[in-house]
Design a protein around this ligand. Structure first.
Ligand code: BGC
Length: 755
């Protein structure tokens, strides 16, 4: 299309001015365009704290230090809270800090699905399950946007590895893409109405996401109704004109001197309409972020929130009763581990925050112990380098531990192990730490492990050598306090795993296809990601999805289900009573997994809802989980649509994906599947069709029914199956089938008219 000749001079000026918006003006902002009355908009990373850089020396990989800001727990940690309200509260706190700094868009939340525990950026993502991931990311975005700052859902889509992230093509079939790698974004958008979105670096099925008009147009805009601004990831545009035309509104970082889109407009490869679209979207974003109430940041409140969020998200993986610690006069506590004094509390790369403060386990736990009259001794036990085991450090740690009544081992992954830009090669603790656990295994004093890492680490090889394990993930800046709160029982850990911890890497779903070869990552496991895979293959895991212990216990009672009529979007409402049967107050996450008959291969159980409840000892509360028909749907490749055709569902209610306490079978109505039938559709598909089935059946009956061999086969269950699998085009060639080619043409025409 050439620039429209009917444009007035002022329209042409506007379009000319608007072309400047196709790229940012620098690393972090869009250009102000006076002719359009548009101010410059400021972007900043990132999902778990504000990373505002000095404009003189910017970068996007967290190499340069940014201004001090609150460092919140990242998504890996917060997702274990399964608590939308908490995630939203953290989002709002982040938004307030951004507003106070004059930032219009926070580049987050990141919500790519965790395909493999090896992905170096898993700390920034929520879950292996699209519902949990999308719901919590939606909550984070709602929180951010409640402050007048835009959230930016990233990285759209299927950015599941760091290795070769600029070139790799994620080869994914349509159903898997829709149900897993897009569904989380769809839910996050539906539940937040996010005002912006960032494309990813990778390709999907050969096409860069930044050049994918199907992804950015048909899916995002048409199907989902997204009306916000699409920006590229930093350096994620490879062909500026193709990306602009495909739907990337703003290319980042800015290259104002690059005139390729302007030239393409001049020679007709970019339309006026597309430029106008970008102007409108930029205006909308500017308007949405115009009235940010700027309030001074209350640092103490922010820090208290970090502490609360981190401790509420901690997952008690194993406990023989050693935890919580009873800090009493005379108790000797050994704190072992370099990470106790050099904390690992956030991820590395573009989301790295320069924390306003940071506390260590050694300092905070020692202070609490001293106050209680207990004593603390410390030994590092290992270094943070990728060195082999250090015999001297281990011997010194053993001496300290041998004198103690209880040993707190602070273990985890040093920063070099996991970062944006690279993936891990294994899921074990570093060699030095494994040797340390081994060296302490014969001590009498109980050993408690506090884990600090941003992605799943297996405990399978050593979990029986210790008495308790708490997975703290990355706590954010209130590190020492959050860990001490949980270890001492000031907080009862309420976290539940948002991803499976496998026993070994070879068990993981994408083991043979991650990170792929020759820039191709085949998603051969299809929708069987995370627990869906381990359940289907009956693989024992280290700790299952949804798992998390408590310092109290819960009983589930009295499951009831109300099935709703087909006119209602809600498929059913489930209620169950939860009773705190133990000695302490605590929270339980009631999880609902559903087995849905779909007529094609689906995972055995899929998470379809959950409810979090706080209970004091002895208290009972009834919780409700409401599930819509849409949430039960699967993507049907042939129908090219979401389908929930109804049928008998099994509802599994439990405390983890492998700790099911109550089940119920219910029949739920759905919308019958209407395939577009043709000559190559099988007899079975024709007969199953609600309109064409009776029509074809009637025609065959009118003609006297099947005869001869075909009639015999239709009377025999196995034979009938074979005949029903046969396409009509082939079946009608057999003697005894009373159909002629003209019938097929007429039937196909009728079927097409119904579509
Ligand atoms: C990351 C994004 C980030 C951007 C700006 C990129 O390298 O992938 O998540 O927002 O840099 O720092």
């Amino acid at each position: 299309m050439t620039p429209d000749d009917t444009c007035t001079a002022s329209d042409r000026e506007a379009i000319d001015a608007g072309l400047a918006l196709a790229t940012g003006q620098d690393y972090w902002s869009t250009p102000a365009v006076e002719a359009l009355g548009l101010r410059s908009l400021r972007f900043a990373d990132g999902p778990h704290g504000l990373r505002l850089q000095n404009d003189e020396n910017p970068d996007h990989l967290g190499l340069e230090r940014s201004l001090p800001a609150t460092c919140f727990p990242p998504a890996v940690t917060l997702s274990c809270s399964w608590d939308e309200a908490l995630v939203e509260e953290v989002g709002a706190a982040l938004g307030r800090e951004a507003a106070a700094a004059g930032v219009d868009v926070i580049l987050g939340p990141g919500l790519n699905l965790k395909r493999s525990p090896l992905c170096g950026r898993n700390f920034e993502y929520y879950s292996e399950d699209p519902l949990l991931s999308g719901t919590l990311a939606g909550a984070a975005a709602r929180g951010i946007q409640s402050t007048g700052v835009a959230a930016c859902l990233k990285h759209f889509a299927a950015n599941t590895q760091e290795h070769d992230r600029h070139r790799v093509s994620a080869e994914i079939d349509m159903r898997t893409l829709r149900e897993m790698y897009l569904r989380n974004f769809e839910i996050a958008f539906e539940t937040s109405g996010a005002w912006s979105l960032m494309t990813s670096y990778n390709r999907i099925n050969g096409t860069y996401t930044s050049e994918d008009s199907w992804l950015l147009g048909d899916v995002l805009r048409e199907d989902w109704g997204f009306d916000g601004l699409v920006m590229s990831d930093w350096g994620g545009v490879y062909e500026p004109v193709a990306a602009f035309n495909a739907g990337v509104d703003v290319r980042m970082p800015g290259r104002p001197q690059d005139t390729r889109v302007r030239e393409a407009h001049a020679d007709g490869r970019v339309s006026d309409a597309r430029v106008e679209q970008v102007i409108e979207r930029m205006r909308l974003l500017a308007a949405r972020t115009a009235d940010k109430p700027v309030v001074p940041v209350e640092h103490e409140a922010q820090d208290a929130l970090v502490r609360r969020a981190a401790s509420a998200s901690a997952v008690l993986l194993v406990n023989d009763g050693t935890l919580p610690l009873d800090l009493r006069p005379g108790l000797k506590v050994a704190v072992i581990g370099e990470l106790a004094r050099k904390p690992r509390y956030q991820g590395a790369g573009s989301s790295r925050v320069n924390p306003r403060r940071i506390s260590t386990v050694l300092d905070v736990l020692s202070a609490a112990a001293t106050q209680a009259g207990a004593e603390v001794d410390f030994a590092p036990g290992y270094t943070l380098q990728e060195d082999p085991a250090q015999p001297d450090l281990i011997a010194a740690a053993r001496d300290v531990a041998a004198r103690a009544d209880v040993v707190i081992l602070v273990l985890g992954l040093p920063e070099a192990y996991e970062s944006e830009g690279r993936d891990r090669s294994h899921i074990d603790l570093p060699e030095q730490q494994l040797a340390l656990i081994e060296a302490l295994r014969d001590l009498d004093a109980p050993r408690v492990v506090a884990m600090c890492n941003g992605a799943a680490v297996t405990t399978a090889g050593w979990r029986d050598d210790v008495q308790a394990i708490v997975e703290f993930w990355l706590t954010g800046q209130a590190h020492g306090e959050a860990i001490t709160d949980v270890l001492t029982g000031a907080v009862n850990p309420g976290g539940r795993l948002s991803e499976t911890i496998p026993k070994k890497l070879a068990d993981t779903p994408s083991y043979l296809d991650f990170p792929g070869d020759h820039e191709i990552a085949r998603h051969g496991e299809r929708t069987f990601v995370g627990y869906r895979w381990y359940d289907a293959r009956e693989i024992e895991v280290d700790h299952p999805f949804g798992h998390g212990l408590s310092y109290t216990s819960f009983a589930y009672e009295d499951l009831t289900v109300e099935v709703m009529p087909l006119e209602d979007d809600t498929a059913f409402r489930l209620s169950v009573s939860v009773r705190n049967t133990g000695p302490r107050s605590g929270s339980e996450v009631v999880q609902l997994y559903v087995t849905t008959p779909a007529g094609f291969l689906t995972p055995e159980r899929e998470l379809r809802g959950w409810a979090k409840v706080d209970l004091v000892p002895g208290e009972v509360q009834r919780v409700e989980i409401v599930v819509t028909r849409r949430r039960l749907a699967h993507w049907h490749e042939a129908a090219n649509d979401w389908v929930f055709a109804g049928g008998q569902l099994t509802l599994h209610v439990g405390a983890s994906s492998r700790d099911i306490r109550l089940t119920s079978a219910v029949t739920v109505p759905g919308h019958p599947l209407r395939l577009v039938l043709g000559k190559y559709s099988s007899l079975g598909q024709w007969l199953d069709h609600d309109i064409m089935g009776p029509r074809l059946g009637g025609l065959i009956a009118e003609r006297g029914g099947f005869r001869g061999r075909i009639a015999d086969l239709m009377d025999d269950p196995a034979g009938r199956e074979g005949v029903c699998d046969c396409p009509l085009a082939s079946l009608s060639e057999f003697p005894g089938v009373p159909l002629v080619p003209e019938d097929l043409d007429a039937l196909c025409e009728e079927a097409a008219a119904l579509a």
